[in-house]
Structures are given as C-alpha cells and as structure tokens.
Design a binder for this molecule. Structure first.
Ligand SMILES: Nc1ncnc2c1ncn2[C@@H]1O[C@H](COP(=O)(O)OP(=O)(O)OP(=O)(O)O)[C@@H](O)[C@H]1O
Length: 358
C-alpha cells in the first residue's frame, strides 16, 4: 500500500457484472501528485475500474485504499462514494442543465459535506466557487447555464466541480473525448498543468494513445480486463512487453526477424539487418516505430517503392511497400516532401528495436 496519505492503491481487484468478470487481478499504485493514465481499447474495463475506485461499483475481491484508508475490499468493506473524497470528471454531459455554473460547482461542495453543507456560510461558498472558476480559466461565469457554454468550457466546469471538495484523488473518465482536436490539445495541457500545480493524485482513463503518452507520468495498459503493462510513457512506447501492447500504444511496423545466425545484437529481416534491444538467438518478430526508419532514394535497384506521401506540416509521412504489398513501412521524414509516388527507396532502421521470440 502507498505510504503517502494522498496516494491510491488498487490491489488484486476483480469486479463483475452479474457472472461476467470484467476486471481480473488489477494491481497498481498511484503516488501522491502523480497522474496515472489507464490506456486501453473500448470495452477493456477502464470505466469499470474508475467506478470501483469512486465507490460506484462494488469489487468482488482485492482492495482499494486511499492513502492509508481501505475504502473497499473483498470482505465486505465498501465505503460509499460521497465518503471517499474522490473527485470524478465524467465524459461530456455531466453538468446539471437546470443549475447555473456556480450551483453546479457548489454541488461538489455539498457532496463532500452532505447535510452539513448548509452550515457553510454563503460568502465562503461563493469565494470557493469564484476561485475555482479562476483556476480553470473561466472567471465570472457563475451565473451562466451549461447550455450556453462550449464543450471545452463545460469540461472545465466539470473539473472545477470535481476539485471543489478538495478530493484526495481526481478520476478523469475520457474527459476530452467529445472535443475537437484543437480544443482537446489546449485543454489537455491546461488540465495537466493545473493538476500538477495542485499536486493532485489523478487517474485518467483514455483510449487515446497521444493523450496517455502526452499527459501521464506513468501508464497502465489494460487489455481484456487485465493489466498488460505499467510503465513510463517512454517504457511502454519503446519497450512494450508484447506485440499487442506495442501495436496498441502507437503506430508500429511489425516484421519477421531471424536472430539465429546474425551478429550478436542484430536480426535479419525483410528490411535488411536490424539492431535489437538485448541479445537474442531465435526467430521472432520486431516492432519498429516510424521515426526509427530512414527512407532514402535508392542508390541501386530496390524492391521498395514509395506508395504514399502525406505532408503534415512539420513532417512528411512516407509509406513504402514491397512488391507484394505485405510489408508497408511508414517513416516520419522531417520537413517537406522529398519523394513522390513510385520512387524507388532504400530502407534503414537506425536504432535498436524490441524483439519478440516466436
Ligand atoms: N452496466 C453494465 N452491465 C453489464 N455489462 C457492462 C456494464 N457496463 C459495462 N459492461 C461491460 O463490461 C465491459 C467493460 O466495460 P467498461 O465500460 O468498463 O469498458 P471501457 O474500457 O471503459 O470501454 P469504453 O472505452 O468503450 O468506455 C464491457 O464488455 C461492457 O460491455
């Protein structure tokens, strides 16, 4: 269990809907002030996991603790959501439409204090709401109804409401999924800064790889109700524990590799010799990231042909394929287009890649 009073422990948690188990032996800690992303495909159990931490879904076995306080275990302990001191930022549509922004936020204060909330002096409540609106970058909009706000503004208000009772942990359930790309990027950065400045312990659930890689201190990769890997964004991106994790966490090229007869630390592949992370002596597969591949105009004849060129602004994504089209390699080339469709190309993997034995 975490020894920090504001950390979170999830230990060997299983949870079900009826007879169907959807979380299986889930274990991780979140350190005080850390943002942990739970990344996984749709249906893998991310929301259920958040709900078990928030107290909205009972666990079958295992333990959930906030700091030193066990809030759920398999022996019948189940502290109710309002007594857990957890703030939840759900997906879109979470605000009460009939209440103005200030009342939506002060609802967060009520939920912490229950019946005692009426004892808080109105000026004090107002001061708290005003400072939270300031914090999320929306000063002076307390009188406005949610319908008058943009999606991004509504999510900022939802965050203010979650932070209102000074929770021990903030849980964010795909909070940016309904926003357009530009707004999503801005809000991700703002929320990250805000949580960091408040030293908030946070769990962010997302199926968006960029979001997890860009926001989290550590990532839990969930596949099929189980944890597949826990690590820093760099670890899960560069050294995924399996091809499945690697493929899910980012754009990847997976090719056959033979390390039985190549020099130590290298494997023969259809792309030529490829450097490996670690020493291997079997056949298997390698997982290559697009930015690890250099593509150059062929000096002699090459079996690889440029089949797609896509300019993205800061870089150009070039796809080359072998004659059968079974091997397709995307490479991230900085700068403007230097290739056109049909160019012959040489392919070179420039840094060590993970190897997975067959
Ligand atoms: N109330 C429910 N009753 C029965 N089964 C449910 C219920 N809620 C979710 N499930 C099932 O449990 C599994 C996990 O669902 P969950 O919503 O936790 O996944 P998720 O990873 O959050 O998915 P998404 O990213 O699509 O929201 C899914 O197979 C889902 O169909």
């Amino acid at each position: 269990m975490t020894d920090k009073p504001r950390g979170l422990t999830v230990k060997s948690v299983t949870a079900s809907y009826g007879r169907r188990q959807v979380l299986s032996d889930v274990t991780f800690d979140v350190n005080e002030g850390e943002l942990l992303a739970v990344l996984g495909p749709s249906g893998c159990g991310k929301t259920t996991l958040l709900r078990t931490i928030a107290g909205l879904h009972k666990i079958d076995s295992g333990l959930v603790a906030l700091g030193h306080r066990t809030v759920a275990n398999g022996n019948g302990t189940h502290i109710s959501p309002e007594r857990r001191h957890v703030g939840l930022v759900p997906q879109e549509g979470a605000l009460f439409p009939h209440l103005n922004v200030a009342r939506n936020i002060s609802y967060g204060l009520h939920s912490r204090l229950g019946s005692r909330s009426s004892n808080i002096a109105r000026p004090q409540r107002r001061e708290t709401v005003d400072s939270l609106l300031e914090l999320v970058g929306l000063p002076g909009i307390g009188h406005v109804k949610p319908a008058q706000l943009s999606g991004g503004q509504q999510q900022r208000v939802a965050l203010a409401r979650a932070l209102a009772p000074s929770p021990q942990v903030v849980l964010l359930d795909e909070p940016f999924s309904a926003l357009d790309a530009g707004l999503r990027a801005t809000l991700r950065a703002d929320v990250r800064t805000l949580l960091y400045e408040r030293n908030m312990t946070s769990v962010l659930v997302t199926h968006d790889q960029d979001e997890a890689l860009g926001m989290a201190d550590r990532i839990v990769v969930m596949l099929g109700g189980k944890i597949a890997q826990i690590g820093t964004p760099e670890e899960v991106y560069h050294t995924p524990v399996s091809l499945e994790v690697g493929n899910f966490v980012g754009d990847s090229i997976i090719v056959e590799a033979d390390a039985t007869s190549s020099p130590e630390g290298w494997a023969h592949t259809p792309l030529g010799p490829v450097p490996l992370i670690g020493t291997h002596t079997t056949v298997g597969k390698v997982l290559i990231r697009p930015e690890q591949v250099d593509i150059a105009h062929a000096v002699a004849d090459s079996e690889f042909t440029v089949t797609n060129v896509r300019f993205t602004g800061p870089a150009t994504i070039v796809t080359v394929s072998d004659p059968t089209g079974t091997i397709r390699i995307r490479s991230l080339c900085p700068g403007d287009r230097q290739f056109i469709h049909g160019d012959k190309a040489d392919v070179h993997v420039k840094s060590a890649v993970p190897f997975y034995p067959a």
